[in-house]
Design a protein around this ligand. Structure first.
Ligand code: NAP
Length: 317
């Protein structure tokens, strides 16, 4: 599949990423996603190969995903295909409550590097702004990791506007840019807009990485009140919720038709790209991944963006 797009800078760093990446929480997670039951590494390797073949270079994992399994799997695929230099590899540190000194971040990063089989990652992110250690403590630990040569750039995740400003300021004192803030962002979760985060990140030159960009599958249109998602997702996305969002799904389909039959997932992801965020949809198989890549290489009109936003607000309130 040949797609026409240009890479974009990640924040004010030297890293350049495709405008859409690949999230790999699914690669090893049994609890939420059913790894090893409905899909396996045999399904995931073609996803990895097709991602790079499409020119998509940004892959996001975390030490928590499948308790390190996701890092191991992508590390193995990079080695087997000799493609390390084609990937901008991001992973994350979780400030678990018993990690009570800043040195724990560097220790965790070395463990991630072992699982990945790498000497250095490209983007290292603090997964959540969890207490008891401060935003400043972890930001300084991120700076230490850059200075130790263990990561090329650093970011945060799930930080609110005030926390983002604090992390940015701490890193700035060390002469290091805050590359990104990875947050939940989709047509079904507009909190980054209402909280002021989008504006703060724009002002600071921090890229927003959008996670759960198709709302864990709800924006694909395949889940309906008659077909609720399996497992844990059915609690949040129940029959009532799925009934409520149908007008948005209908509009996604209608707009997709005007763009040579783009699907609801592709339109939803394109909307995030139009907003300047980098969506990182997860995929369990080649079909899903290739559909999601089709969000690249075209653009919604400004009128379509506005129409989607209007209906999105109507359905999520
Ligand atoms: N920083 C954080 O705190 C955080 C939190 C969550 C996620 N993330 C990152 O963001 C990535 C993406 O978020 P996410 O996985 O939560 O949600 P998502 O990307 O919105 O949804 C992924 C799920 O949707 C379904 N799907 C994907 N593409 C599809 C397609 N084309 N057609 C039909 N179904 C499709 C698949 O599940 P089914 O087939 O089972 O429906 C897939 O597992 C993660 O992999 C992870 O890297 C980060």
């Amino acid at each position: 599949m040949t797609l026409q797009f240009e890479t974009i800078p990640l924040g004010q760093t030297e890293l350049r990423v495709s405008p859409l990446g690949l999230g790999i929480w699914q690669w090893g997670d049994t609890m939420m996603w059913g790894y090893g039951k409905s899909y396996s590494d045999a399904d995931l390797k073609p996803v990895y190969e097709a991602t790079l073949a499409a020119g998509i270079n940004f892959i996001d994992t975390a030490e928590m995903y499948g308790r390190g399994r996701s890092e191991r799997v992508v590390g193995q695929f990079m080695r087997e295909t000799n493609t390390r230099d084609q990937v901008v590899l991001a992973t994350k540190f979780m400030p678990l409550p018993w990690r009570l000194s800043p040195g724990r971040l560097m220790h965790a990063l070395r463990e991630s590097l072992n699982r990945l089989g790498l000497a250095r990652v490209d983007l290292y992110q603090v997964h959540f702004p969890l207490p008891p250690l401060t935003v400043e403590t972890w930001a300084n630990a991120l700076a230490d990791a850059v200075e130790a040569g263990l990561t090329r750039a650093v970011g945060v995740s799930n930080y609110d506007p005030a926390q983002t400003i604090r992390a940015h300021a701490t890193l700035a004192k060390r002469g290091i840019p805050l590359a990104s803030n990875q947050v939940e962002y989709s047509l079904l979760d507009r909190k980054p807009e209402t909280s002021g985060l989008v504006e703060v990140c724009r002002d600071l030159g921090v890229t927003i990485i959008a996670y759960s960009p198709i709302a864990k599958g709800m924006l694909t249109g395949k889940y309906t009140p008659e077909n609720v998602p399996p497992g844990m997702r059915s609690r949040l996305y129940n029959r009532e919720y799925l009934g409520k969002i149908q007008p948005l799904i209908d509009l996604l389909k209608e707009i997709g038709q005007a763009h040579e039959g783009k699907t609801p997932s592709q339109v939803s992801l394109n909307w995030l790209i139009c907003k300047g965020a980098v969506p990182i949809p997860g995929a369990k198989n080649l079909r899903q991944a290739q559909e999601n890549f089709g969000a690249l290489g075209w653009r919604l009109s400004e009128d379509e963006v506005q129409a989607l936003e209007k209906v999105s607000y109507q359905v999520i309130g």
